[in-house]
Design a protein. Structure first.
Length: 331
């Protein structure tokens, strides 16, 4: 795990073209000289690289470390233990006000379990929106981070987890409440936004046999016969083509939602969707429904035959009524 971390952490930072972070020689030396993964990880967190640590741990899951840094917030809300500091313990060494000391020596100044939600959940919606705007612009929330949210609502499993990570980094580098620790860490993210494009699932065409089976059933139900080979091919191709069009349109709208647009309190309610709305209006996009397209095509190519079947059915029904009236049978 340690050697992988040394190999990959700097590559993750370099690959993030939206960031201005450039590791210093001291930071590179400290990580390469670390003898344990925890030591190397601590150096990265102190440097403000928590998101890249998260990416590394997600790509290299291990029973020794959480899958990502946000998973560390799965802690009890009540009955805290005697060492409740976020991301660190009381013996974690720090340099505070120029002196080498530990977090525990200044316990009232550093963030503890629950601080990531206390004081936030009861804020007014407008104040929560102001904070969410900062988190979005930092690349920690919203479409670019692949994390949905409710504007004006502080959710413990969403904003709370993000704030937990921010406070953990503040504790690790020795900046607490007196030094506006989490605010400064968040500001550093805003100045160097995290860029993690959401990876969409690849396009997988529908199963041809399943589509063909559905078409055959439709012919039997509507017309009492199997489709001709050319009919089956035409309708199946219609469905397959419309499915791919639907996927491509969804991908285009997803890319539009991830455009580098600055979030503001005014556009947050529709953030990620406002640029989509403009594109939809500009190009006249409509929902693409492969099943509806297939049925429309079926209606077109079988219109005359369905009319004949209907007329035949009406004649049969009329004859039955006449016959029943003659024989006295109930209708």
């Amino acid at each position: 795990m340690l050697e992988k971390f040394k190999e990959q952490i700097f590559q993750l930072i370099a690959n993030d073209t939206g960031s201005n972070i450039k590791p210093t020689q001291d930071q590179i030396k400290a990580i390469n000289g670390a003898t344990t993964y925890d030591d190397a990880r601590a150096v990265a967190l102190q440097a403000g690289w928590g998101t890249y640590v998260s990416i590394f741990e997600e790509n290299n899951p291990s029973g020794e470390t959480p899958k990502n840094i946000f998973d560390a917030s799965d802690f009890p809300q009540f009955g805290y233990q005697s060492d409740p500091f976020i991301g660190v313990d009381k013996d974690t060494p720090i340099t505070y006000k120029g002196n080498k000391t530990t977090v525990g020596e200044y316990e009232d100044n550093f963030y503890q379990d629950g601080d990531e939600n206390f004081g936030f959940v009861n804020l007014s919606p407008n104040k929560i929106i102001d904070l969410q705007v900062q988190l979005v612009n930092a690349g920690l929330l919203g479409p670019k981070a692949g994390i949905t949210f409710r504007p004006g609502v502080w959710q413990r499993e969403v904003e709370g987890k993000i704030m937990y990570n921010i406070m953990a980094q503040a504790n690790t580098v020795g900046v607490g409440k007196e030094e506006s620790g989490w605010e400064n860490i968040l500001e550093s993210y805003i100045q160097n936004p995290v860029s993690i494009p959401v990876q969409p699932d690849p396009y997988l065409p529908p199963d041809y046999q399943s589509v063909a089976g559905s078409i055959t059933n439709t012919f039997k139900e509507q017309l009492g016969r199997d489709p001709m080979p050319y009919e089956l091919k035409l309708l199946a191709n219609t469905y397959m083509t419309e499915s791919e069009k639907s996927y491509n349109q969804d991908m285009m709208l997803l890319q539009e939602a991830q455009k580098d647009v600055v979030a503001t309190p005014e556009n947050l309610m529709d953030y990620g969707n406002h640029t989509q709305a403009e594109l939809i209006k500009e190009q006249g996009l409509t929902e693409i429904d492969p099943s509806a397209a297939l049925f429309d095509k079926f209606q077109q190519i079988t219109a005359e035959e369905r009319e004949r079947v209907k007329d035949y059915g009406d004649i049969q029904a009329t004859n039955s009524i006449i016959l029943n009236s003659i024989t006295g049978s109930p209708r």
